[in-house]
Design a protein around this ligand. Structure first.
Ligand SMILES: [Zn+2]
Ligand SMILES: [Zn+2]
Length: 328
């Protein structure tokens, strides 16, 4: 080929009578110079013309299509229905059988570089706006078909599907994605106001408040929710938040006042009083509490100045007692 290339830089095409560089000719190993007789453009034109002619002949029933044919690749003699349609020959059938064509196709597309190229092409192709629009329309039409709808509904109710959805939602990247969607949505003008308004309307019905309360009760009683809440409360974020929030909140005068009021009210309730009394009695009768008390009193009486103070108090008491007796 090198020799031919170097000698024949250009070649005349017998069809269009132009001198063309040999890169404008297809390769043909059956010919002496290794190139096709006609230039590529003329070759294409001639092929098209033949294809048209053959097609016309076939449509007019002028071509004898054999009942059987030998495959050019596996050399089996097979019925003509084993060959796919082709425009490239007179009988309108591919030279190789369906099996061989399929094999060749799979072989070709399983090559890594071809696969990659195809993927890239596909990726670029579906990015085109008109293609996107077409796909969207098709999807819409497809999903609206009654049989597709029914099937989708059935699928959604299967345990397998539910499991898959659960797994999908638990994936960190999914959570991140949904968070992003939510933030984007909430940032739209008017959305927050609309939500607020809707909630106000919804919770203005006592029935809905009750429903919500019941749901929350049921929800918070779930073991996994309890666990999660516990973990949350022990987490850094919550500690930080609580610290900041309560510090401000607890020091508000109205909050302090309100708490005081509440405590007073609570402790003056007869049932609470009774409970407190009972508890104290039980508490004070515990041996360890009694021992602690005794220990404390002993320690207290030995403190410097306590004895003197007690004595002075006693003296004062007796003095007053005497005076009272004298008055009588
Ligand atoms: Zn030509
Ligand atoms: Zn074959």
């Amino acid at each position: 080929m090198y020799e031919i290339d170097s000698i024949l830089k250009e070649k005349e095409c017998p069809e269009c009578h132009q001198f063309k560089p040999i890169s404008d000719y297809n390769k043909d190993t059956h010919r002496k110079d290794g190139l096709t007789y006609y230039c590529r453009d003329c070759e294409i034109k001639r092929n098209r013309a033949y294809e048209k002619k053959w097609e016309l002949e076939r449509s007019q029933g002028l071509v004898d299509i054999p009942e059987e044919k030998e495959c050019t690749e596996c050399h089996r003699i097979l019925p003509i229905s084993y060959y796919t349609k082709s425009r490239r020959n007179r009988i309108g059938k591919a030279p190789a059988c369906k099996d061989c064509a399929r094999k060749r196709f799979l072989e070709y597309y399983s090559q890594p570089e071809v696969k990659k190229q195809l993927q890239e092409y596909h990726r670029e192709f579906i990015k085109k706006p008109e293609q996107r629009k077409r796909m969207k329309e098709y999807k819409k039409e497809y999903q609206n078909r009654p049989e597709v709808k029914a099937k989708a509904k059935e699928n959604r109710q299967s345990p397998k599907f539910k499991e898959r959805v659960k797994k999908y939602r638990q994936r960190p990247e999914t959570k991140e994605l949904y968070k992003g969607y939510r933030e984007k949505y909430l940032a739209k003008p008017g959305v927050k106001e609309r939500i607020k308004q809707y909630q106000a309307e919804y919770y203005s019905i006592p029935e809905n408040i009750q429903k919500r309360k019941e749901y929350m009760k049921e929800y918070c009683a779930r073991p996994e929710v309890k666990q999660r809440r516990k973990e949350y409360r022990q987490g850094e974020y919550y500690k930080d938040y609580r610290g900041k929030y309560y510090k401000g909140y607890n020091h508000r005068p109205e909050v302090i006042e309100h708490r005081k009021e509440y405590r007073k009210k609570y402790r003056s309730r007869p049932d609470v009083k009774e409970k407190e009394r009972k508890y104290n009695k039980e508490y004070n009768s515990r041996p360890e509490v009694k021992a602690r008390k005794r220990e404390y009193i002993k320690e207290y009486l030995e403190r410097p100045g306590v004895k003197e103070r007690r004595r002075a108090n006693q003296r004062e008491y007796y003095k007053r007692h005497k005076e009272n007796l004298n008055k009588i």
